[in-house]
Design a protein around this ligand. Structure first.
Ligand SMILES: Cc1cc2nc3c(=O)[nH]c(=O)nc-3n(C[C@H](O)[C@H](O)[C@H](O)COP(=O)(O)OP(=O)(O)OC[C@H]3O[C@@H](n4cnc5c(N)ncnc54)[C@H](O)[C@@H]3O)c2cc1C
Length: 389
């Protein structure tokens, strides 16, 4: 029997596995896909002189529309500081950090490594853990307590129980893969929430889904690909069917932009259910550096975004609600008591982002809370072993 079973092979899951192994636990990780984490482009860390943990907290709470759990927000923002010492984030020639300003951030705060921090971090962690974690390929369908105390057993697919662990970290991501038009892969359907609820877990904000305002509708080859919204700060604009610009407010949040696009479409001024995102006003040197991935992907599909607009529409992108956890990532019941041996981190949880997430905060969340979940589950398993002696 393993000390810790992690369910989920995204960054929250691998980060939890990393922390649990460092704490001396034996770990298995089960996953049925890569999830959204390889797509994480950048994440928030308050590294500028005029930024601070308090400012970061303030932005996060304001964006959350009054629905954030303040203790979790504080853990997120304080925990982010250590990431600057841990990761070699990209810098400018003068030594300052290369930063993007996501919608909802009052200052540029988004750091990255070659625009691919998610893939970079996953590759690094998997390399370091090679041979130290048992990786199980497959969909976990059930979790239940075995007759032995402090043991959670799990089933893969429709097979009977295939393994057991002293503690479990649920890191199964969100449920936006259930929607027909989404930028999420279909394996993200909320399984972890179902399994935890069957063990008595409470959920929150299950009506809160963040739409990515700018997801490619066409060309077919790119359908479902998100187009990064920071472009709006760099001169991109929205245009309707008649070529009229709308939503001039560059500081609008993602939910406000999505609503504005839907309003335009409902008023009959849309194009095939979407609108034009026009990046022809973004300076050439910025397109060719900051947005080079987008430029290349459109070019490969026959569209030159320096001279042609992109057809986009809002699509479900991140589920914001989910399992109720405390700052130690313990999964809580409705009465506030933790469920023995059950921990969770990442998009499967609720409370951090409230009803609207700032771009870049999910990447910070999975690194900060994934580590906490790994440490907490290893400590729990250790305690369970001591009790059994
Ligand atoms: C296109 C795109 C771009 C994004 N870019 C950014 C960005 O730049 N910055 C940012 O902060 N956020 C970004 N996000 C959001 C961010 O990617 C996610 O919130 C984050 O990756 C969630 O990480 P996670 O580890 O919780 O879940 P995921 O990375 O989604 O991983 C979930 C894992 O659980 C597995 N799983 C699910 N169910 C089961 C099951 N029953 N059994 C076994 N395994 C299971 C999945 O296969 C997967 O391995 C982006 C999202 C998308 C869709």
């Amino acid at each position: 029997m393993k000390d810790v079973l992690v369910i989920g092979g995204g960054l929250a899951g691998w980060r939890a596995a990393e922390a649990a192994v460092k704490a001396g636990a034996s770990v298995a990780l089960a996953a049925n896909g890569a999830g959204n984490s390889p797509d994480i482009h950048a994440l928030n860390v308050p590294v500028r002189d005029d930024d601070s943990v308090e400012r970061f907290m303030d932005d996060t709470v304001k964006s959350g529309r009054g629905a954030c759990d303040h203790a979790l927000v504080e853990t997120l923002c304080r925990g982010s500081i250590a990431l600057a010492g841990e990761f070699p984030f990209d810098r400018n020639p003068d030594g300052s950090y290369k930063l993007l300003q996501p919608l909802g951030c009052s200052v540029p705060r988004c750091v990255s490594i070659d625009h691919k921090i998610g893939t970079w971090a996953l590759t690094k962690i998997k390399r370091e853990l090679a041979g130290k974690v048992d990786v199980i390929q497959g969909r976990v369908t059930n979790l239940f307590y075995s007759s032995q105390p402090s043991t959670l057993s799990f089933q893969l697919g429709d097979r009977d129980a295939v393994g057991a662990a002293r503690s479990v970290v649920i890191a199964t991501g969100g449920w936006c893969g259930k929607y027909a038009f989404s930028d999420n892969p279909p394996e993200l359907r909320g399984d972890g929430i179902d399994m935890a609820v069957r063990l008595g877990a409470a959920t929150r904000d299950m009506d809160a889904v963040q739409y990515e305002p700018t997801v490619a509708l066409a060309p077919e080859k790119l359908r479902g690909m998100p187009v990064i919204t920071t472009m709006l700060y760099d001169g991109a604009t929205f245009r309707n069917r008649d070529g009229e610009e709308f939503l001039a407010d560059k500081h609008a949040n993602k939910d406000e932009i999505s609503r504005a696009i839907f309003a335009e479409v409902e008023a009959g001024r849309g194009v095939d259910g979407g609108v034009w995102l026009d990046a022809t006003g973004v300076p050439h040197e910025i397109l060719e550096t900051t947005y080079i991935d987008t430029v290349r992907r459109y070019a490969a599909a026959g569209v030159d975004i320096s001279s042609e607009p992109m057809l986009v529409a809002p699509a479900p992108h991140t589920s914001l609600g989910g399992l109720v956890i405390d700052t130690r990532c313990r999964v809580l019941r409705a009465d506030g008591f933790p469920i023995p041996g059950l921990f969770a981190a990442g998009e499967v949880t609720g409370g951090i982002h409230g009803k609207n997430r700032i771009g870049g905060n999910a990447g910070t969340e999975v690194l900060v809370f994934g580590r906490i979940a790994g440490e907490s589950s290893a400590a729990y398993a250790n305690g369970a072993k001591q009790c059994a002696v």
